[in-house]
Design a protein around this ligand. Structure first.
Ligand SMILES: Cc1ncc(COP(=O)(O)O)c(C=O)c1O
Length: 376
């Protein structure tokens, strides 16, 4: 029995993932059905009970907790307090980066299939999406470096997802070095979304803060939100090493009056990064078990699922059943993300959330097979 086998019912709480018709099974929104670590819950409650909940700034304890986490957990050195941009979230940071660091009609490279807000950050701000589609191989997805070389010449920025949602890759140091070399040669801004960096089932996360050390056109987006299941508290840490790039980005945040300091998320972040490393290790162990369980059961049914190396989001090929499998499953009470929303090359796939107790995962897979067997 693991602590992650415990389930706190969420229906009726307003939790987005559970805002669904009665009886339906939610495997879509990237929230986990696990309680946040007790240390985090206690820190938030203590801060609330202190009665001090006015406008907030960051404390030295906050900066130290974040810097120390990235140093001890991911081997990132050299982050200093002045490099932080406070943001309510990473999606906001993607949009702000596009606005601040590129011009209208500039090309911004995305590696499809990819987390759908990457597209709105580009198109929604009047820039051109430049597709550097990932290549599906027998061993998972790979970057098409030849295509990237060609496209980089006409682009201003690359939005990197590392680890990658939805294909679950933990990019190797070699891959990232190669990608960085191409970006540097073409003076591209690199905006690296590393929100999933703590979910490592295989391999090691290599932050662009290390891979591209010293590069001036770099924005690295981090957050405790996915790791500790506190996305509703709205907090992220955007690290921008170069002052000129940071000033440009900061200016757009100020122009649009976007801040991110929040006394409750600050308390949660400090407690999480200071006291919950062991919890994250146990979580990864549990998620790895969920991945293996799901991939094996799917394979027994002749269904191909990517054996993800990171994140808790499984990328499942249901193309032989439908071009829009999620719509089909939804009719029968199983809610997953439609692959095509992640890009044209996601058509026929679904994204299936593994962040739940094994019992819940079993029920969801049982429902999936029941539905699919009814079609076969
Ligand atoms: C790759 C990626 N980036 C960003 C986010 C959301 O970040 P935020 O809630 O901080 O905007 C998610 C959420 O699923 C994600 O998967």
């Amino acid at each position: 029995m693991s602590i992650f086998d415990t389930f706190t019912p969420r229906a009726g709480s307003g939790n987005s993932k559970w805002n669904i018709p009665e009886g339906a099974i939610p495997m879509h929104v990237a929230d986990m059905d696990f309680d946040s670590p007790p240390e985090v819950c206690r820190a938030v409650a203590d801060r609330a009970m202190s009665g001090i909940m006015g406008y907030q700034g960051f404390t030295d304890e906050y900066y130290e907790a974040v810097i120390n986490w990235f140093n001890t957990r991911h081997g990132v050195s050299g982050i200093t307090k002045d490099m932080f941009i406070v943001s309510p979230g990473i999606v906001t940071a993607l949009t702000m980066s596009v606005q601040a660091l590129t011009e209208p009609d500039d090309g911004v490279i995305v590696q499809s299939p990819v987390y759908f807000p990457f597209y709105s950050a580009v198109d929604g701000n009047g820039r051109k999406t430049v597709h550097n589609d990932l290549i599906k191989t027998e061993n998972g997805y790979r970057i098409d470096f030849d295509d990237l070389e060609k496209k980089a010449a006409d682009a201003s920025m690359l939005l990197l997802c590392s680890p990658h949602n939805p294909v679950g890759r933990v990019w190797t140091e070699e891959e990232l070095n190669r990608l960085f070399k191409i970006c540097k040669k073409n003076s591209l801004y690199i905006v690296s979304d590393e929100i999933h960096c703590d979910f490592i089932l295989e391999g090691k996360h290599h932050s662009m803060l290390e891979v591209a050390k010293g590069y001036d056109r770099l924005v690295v987006c981090t957050a405790p939100s996915k790791t500790f299941n506190i996305a509703g508290l709205s907090n992220s840490n955007i690290i921008v090493p170069d002052k000129e790039t940071r000033d440009k980005l900061q200016k757009v945040y100020r122009r649009d009056s976007i801040g991110g300091h929040n006394p409750l998320s600050m308390a949660a972040t400090i407690a999480a990064y200071k006291y919950c490393a062991g919890w994250v290790d146990e979580l990864n162990h549990y998620l790895k078990g969920n991945r293996d369980y799901a991939v094996e059961r799917l394979s027994e049914h002749g269904i191909d699922a990517i054996r993800i190396e990171g994140t808790y989001l499984l990328w499942v090929d249901l193309s032989r059943y439908s071009d829009q499998p999620a719509a089909l499953l939804k009719e029968h009470g199983l809610i997953v993300n439609e692959g095509s929303t992640f890009g044209d090359n996601g058509k026929g796939f679904v994204r299936f959330n593994l962040g739940c107790p094994r019992e819940g995962l079993k029920k969801a897979l049982d429902r999936l097979f029941e539905i699919l067997d009814g079609i076969d």
